[in-house]
Design a protein around this ligand. Structure first.
Ligand SMILES: NC(=O)c1ccc[n+]([C@@H]2O[C@H](COP(=O)([O-])OP(=O)(O)OC[C@H]3O[C@@H](n4cnc5c(N)ncnc54)[C@H](OP(=O)(O)O)[C@@H]3O)[C@@H](O)[C@H]2O)c1
Length: 250
């Protein structure tokens, strides 16, 4: 029976699906979360169907199911991988629709930040906890037409850094939390449905879609199975700083 639990969001396609398969091969128990189910016939996998933009449903699921799973003393190690995200709308900031922006931020920033908090609060203090936030170059610099996505990823990156500071602080209620680490990981440019959608935004007519078509034309897309290596390595790592970040291939 596996004694390591990983909660991975966005396991129905792309990077999340590849990661779930790989962790199962490495004998982790995996709980996946996304709106659509993945056909993964493995006794170590459980899928929770949820729209992460529905914050009320997320909170209910976290309180009723996830917290109990994460708090279980049988786990020798717990991982949380905040992987699910929406690509940007490819609408310039001048054309911001406030409700659409709030929806994207709920999925890309609020839900993963909340999940980090739940994990840090309920995973037993003696259990190693590894949190991965799948980030992007868009968390570090602005790109035209990607303002919503850039803002969401930059905010998640900083929320992860802040959590690491809190866990490592004597000011934390309950004291510092040893052996908890946060990793902000940029997978590079990856051949997934998110890239396909980005290339074809507005039927391929969006002026902001060109870089994505160029990535494909220049053969720059990596396979999801290749870019997940550092995530698995981090989840299984022992010592290290409270916060670290890296980019695939850098
Ligand atoms: N592909 C790239 O080049 C690239 C580059 C940098 C960073 N990233 C990041 O890598 C991560 C994975 O992206 P990907 O490329 O693998 O994209 P993907 O194939 O589109 O997968 C996205 C996953 O997120 C889930 N998801 C999206 N909206 C959701 C929602 N409202 N509620 C629950 N789950 C939701 C999707 O599941 P459902 O649709 O079934 O809900 C899917 O499983 C993302 O954080 C992305 O920002 C990707």
């Amino acid at each position: 029976m596996s004694d390591r639990l990983a909660v991975v969001t966005g396991t129905s396609s792309g990077i999340g699906a590849a990661l779930a398969r790989r962790l199962l091969e490495e004998d982790w128990t995996v709980v996946g979360i996304s709106r659509s189910k993945i056909e993964l016939d493995h006794s170590g996998y459980e899928h929770l169907v949820l729209d992460l933009g529905n914050l009320h449903a997320l909170q209910t699921l976290a309180e009723k199911r996830l917290a109990a799973m994460l708090a279980d003393h049988r786990w020798a190690r717990v991982g949380l991988v905040n992987n699910a995200a929406m690509g940007g709308t490819q609408r310039g900031i001048e054309d911001t629709d406030p409700e659409e922006l709030a929806w994207l931020l709920a999925i890309n920033t609020v839900a993963p930040t909340y999940l980090m908090g739940v994990a840090a609060r309920v995973v037993p203090p003696a259990t190693p906890l590894r949190i991965v936030n799948i980030s992007s170059g868009a968390a570090h610099r602005g790109f035209p037409g990607l303002g919503d996505y850039c803002a969401s990823k930059a905010a998640l990156r900083l929320a992860g850094m802040s959590l690491a500071e809190e866990l490592d602080s004597d000011g934390r209620p309950g004291g510092r939390r040893d052996d908890a680490r946060v990793f902000s990981y940029e997978p590079g440019v990856v051949d997934t449905p998110m890239q396909t959608r980005a290339r074809s935004a507005s039927g391929g007519e969006s002026p902001w879609a060109k870089p994505f078509r160029d990535f494909k034309a220049q053969g720059l897309l990596e396979k999801p199975e290749v870019v997940i290596g550092p995530v698995v390595e981090f989840l299984e790592s022992d010592d290290g700083p409270a916060f670290e970040e890296s980019r695939f291939g850098a």
